[in-house]
Design a protein around this ligand. Structure first.
Ligand SMILES: O=C(O)CCC(=O)C(=O)O
Ligand SMILES: [Fe+2]
Length: 337
């Protein structure tokens, strides 16, 4: 007898090879409504996750003021003298917290380095408490003494985005025909890494090996991305064509990462994307990568495997996976520090 449920809920009928030309916009207004509205929303999310791996959300609940304050803080940070930023270099920290210089990261190994600067933080509450039990990813945030109010503005957005992310997990569970609270015990200590990103305008000759951020997939369950009004983000469809994720005022972009692809045995897509800023002006963005607790095993859900679609990925913990991907991304600039 087969050890797989017959018929599997999600493996054959919902896998798709079809491509997409547009990124759907999903209205989160009904996220806290009754079960009928939530089911409808989960169905929309399911379609987007299976076919695209990306969607915009509107009515996401993060106040504009919180966003504006964090963006203003990011602009102040990146305008600091290079030496002040270098003092917070990510290579000096335990587990990828702090500043990434221009070309410090190489997201696509075929490229020469990413044309962005970054600043990364992990979970920390307003009183300064960090988590000392994040296993492979334990490490404190680093902050600049030169920027009064920076930490508060960045943390305010961080916690608002984490709250939004927590409210999305039950909808993803419903989208997978799982009990709504399936992810609760796997996301008790939000493994949420947030980045402030600054992309200088790219000028001169087009060199495909120098991009704002090279083609990659994200490592966690999903990413919540705020982007300013400068177009740069592109998403790869199944035909190998780059689809522009144009900025849409009032929205955030949500995209799936590798942890969801691993859990769902690729029923949910972790879609390749990149950012290239050829607009002539500076661009800022703020992704928050929301993963499961670092000690959780990324094991294919029974409903997503079958005789025809056996598990594709080796089982690893979320912490091991995220850390190994970050190490590869930063390896090329490590020797400089
Ligand atoms: O800045 C963007 O639009 C995308 C950033 C991104 O893909 C990432 O940081 O993983
Ligand atoms: Fe990304």
């Amino acid at each position: 007898m087969s050890s797989y449920p017959q018929p599997p809920l999600l493996s054959a009928s919902t896998r798709t090879e079809s491509t997409f030309e547009e990124i759907p916009i999903i209205n989160l207004e009904g996220a806290h409504a009754g079960s009928t509205a939530r089911r409808k929303l989960a169905d929309e999310i399911r379609d987007a996750c299976i076919n695209v791996g990306f969607f915009y959300v509107k009515n996401h609940g993060i106040p504009q003021e919180v966003i504006s304050n964090a963006v203003a803080a990011a602009k102040r940070f990146f305008a600091l003298p290079q030496s002040a930023k270098d003092a917070l270099d990510i290579h000096k920290s335990a587990n990828f917290k702090g500043y990434t210089a221009l070309l410090g990261e190489n997201t696509n190994p075929k490229n020469r380095g990413d044309l962005h600067e970054g600043f990364d933080i992990g979970w920390e509450d307003f009183s300064g408490e960090t988590r000392l039990d994040d296993g492979a990813m334990t490490g404190e945030n680093v902050w600049s003494d030169d920027l009064p109010g920076f930490r508060e503005a960045v943390l305010a957005y961080y916690h608002a985005a984490v709250k939004l992310g927590k409210s999305l997990f039950p909808l993803f569970a419903l989208a997978l025909d799982l009990p709504e609270h399936f992810f609760d015990d796997k996301t008790t200590k939000p493994a949420a890494i947030m980045r402030l990103l600054y992309y200088p305008p790219q000028t001169g000759e087009v060199d495909d090996r120098v991009e704002g951020i090279g083609a990659h997939t994200d490592y966690e369950c999903f990413t919540i991305l705020w982007q300013d009004d400068v177009p740069a983000l592109q998403v790869l469809n199944n035909d190998g064509k780059w689809i522009d994720a144009v900025p849409i005022p009032g929205t955030l972009v949500v995209n799936l990462g590798d942890q969801f692809a691993r859990w769902t045995n690729d029923v949910f897509k972790s879609t390749v994307h990149r950012a290239v800023n050829r607009s002539g002006v500076e661009r800022y963005s703020m992704p928050l990568f929301f993963g499961s607790d670092y000690d959780v095993k990324l094991e294919a859900l029974p409903s997503c495997v079958s005789e025809d679609c056996p598990p594709k990925y080796e089982v690893v913990t979320a912490g091991e996976y995220v850390k190994s991907r970050l190490e590869a991304t930063y390896a090329h600039s490590k020797s400089e520090h």
